[in-house]
Design a protein around this ligand. Structure first.
Ligand SMILES: *Cc1c(COP(=O)(O)O)cnc(C)c1O
Length: 372
């Protein structure tokens, strides 16, 4: 009944996990499964990663952590966004979740909760080393290390930071952040340390430390030099109607696209309500200033361009260059997969693969390849 099909290849996911683990052999490899495993679904992703040997997960939100706990009773689960106020500490304790403490306030709440229960509670500390996103600054963290050495109010099991430019290996900010992080590790001797996301793993062993935290690489959403990762997601959608249109006719909303030639058009059951980006709208559309070329689909061995505006439930592709008897109504067109890389769709849409994956909607038929 669905217009599109999202196929999730768990063997590719598991193979990506192993390759990322092999790329950092001296560290343990966690999996970042926030935002419902980047939109792929924790219900299928977490069991597959467990059976590939992963025992540590990171999520952003407490409710995400509870969903992972239900699937992984024994795993270590870190919650990146911290405690969210005063009222959640007991939920963390009951589900044995480890909050990543980002603020002095997080620290105070977690210390108090431990004191009330009679023992210091496990936690991670997030220190900002040059991104000005979440985390304490280095001075705060070093002061906390001194204080905690006396009070032992916190059981700090991990210190972590996040790289701003890991995908730009030559960027001097990487070495700067690594240097700040080394000062932090000196303040917490013997504590597990984590700095690298997916692209951080490729920066080399100095960035691996005790634990790496790949996300997007698991899902095959990046192309990395020297590390072959497999695409995990294939998205196809159905051609509902084929139509012939004369030169000069208009296509889609705004009548902004005028056909320059006689054209054969395929109207496909996918649109921005499915998370297919409106910004991937094709030729003739006045949205295309930064990136003049729009997105493509792939059909019977050919790349076919999007024509006119992507609409809520429908997108139009130009199939004029395919032999007329090749294309049929009901055929499925590939939108993400082996022939149309996620990164290409992202580039055509002025965004990144992360955003496309995490927004892919819930209207697709989901099919899982590979047993857990
Ligand atoms: C999302 C996230 C990751 C994973 O990053 P990828 O680039 O997807 O590998 C790691 N660490 C933190 C703190 C994150 O927010």
């Amino acid at each position: 009944m669905a217009g599109g099909e999202l196929v999730i290849n768990l063997e590719a996911l598991q193979s990506n996990y192993r390759r990322l683990a092999e790329a950092a052999p001296t560290a343990a490899t966690a999996a970042v499964v926030k935002a419902d495993a980047y939109g792929l679904g924790v219900d299928v992703v977490v069991p597959a990663l467990l059976s590939a040997g992963c025992d540590t997960f990171f999520v952003a939100m407490l409710h995400e952590a509870l969903a992972v706990r239900a699937l992984a009773p024994e795993a270590r689960i870190f919650v990146l966004n911290g405690l969210f106020g005063n009222d959640t500490a007991q939920t963390f304790v009951e589900a044995q979740l480890i909050p990543v403490l980002n603020t002095a306030r997080d620290v105070a709440v977690w210390e108090a909760h431990g004191r009330a229960g009679g023992e210091p509670l496990p936690c991670a500390l997030h220190v900002d080393t040059g991104m000005n996103r979440l985390g304490m600054n280095l001075e705060q963290a070093v002061a906390l290390a001194r204080e905690n050495a006396l009070t032992r109010a916190l059981n700090i099991v991990l210190v972590m930071s996040h790289l701003a430019c890991a995908d730009l290996p030559e960027h001097p900010h990487n070495a700067h952040q690594a240097k700040c992080f080394a000062l932090l590790r000196d303040a917490f001797p013997g504590v597990e340390a984590s700095l690298a996301n997916t692209s951080g793993i490729l920066l080399g062993q100095a960035y691996h430390l005790s634990l790496t935290r790949p996300g997007i690489g698991l899902y095959g959403g990046v192309v990395l030099p020297g590390l072959v990762l497999e695409p995990v997601v294939t998205l196809t959608a159905r051609i509902l109607q084929l139509r012939d249109a004369a030169a000069g006719e208009a296509v889609s909303y705004g009548a902004a696209t005028r056909l320059r030639r006689y054209s054969r058009l395929a109207v496909v059951a996918i649109g921005y309500a499915d998370g297919f980006p409106r910004a991937s709208s094709g030729s003739g559309v006045p949205l295309r200033e930064l990136q003049p070329i729009g997105g493509y689909g792939f059909l019977h061995g050919h790349a076919v361009p999007i024509l006119g505006r992507v609409t809520m439930d429908l997108t139009i592709f130009d199939v004029t260059d395919l032999a007329a008897d090749l294309v049929r109504e009901n055929d499925m067109i590939e939108l993400i997969g082996p022939n149309i890389r996620l990164g290409d769709l992202a580039e055509a849409s002025g965004t990144i693969g992360y955003e496309i994956l995490t927004r892919l909607g819930r209207r697709f038929h989901r099919r899982v390849l590979g047993a857990v």
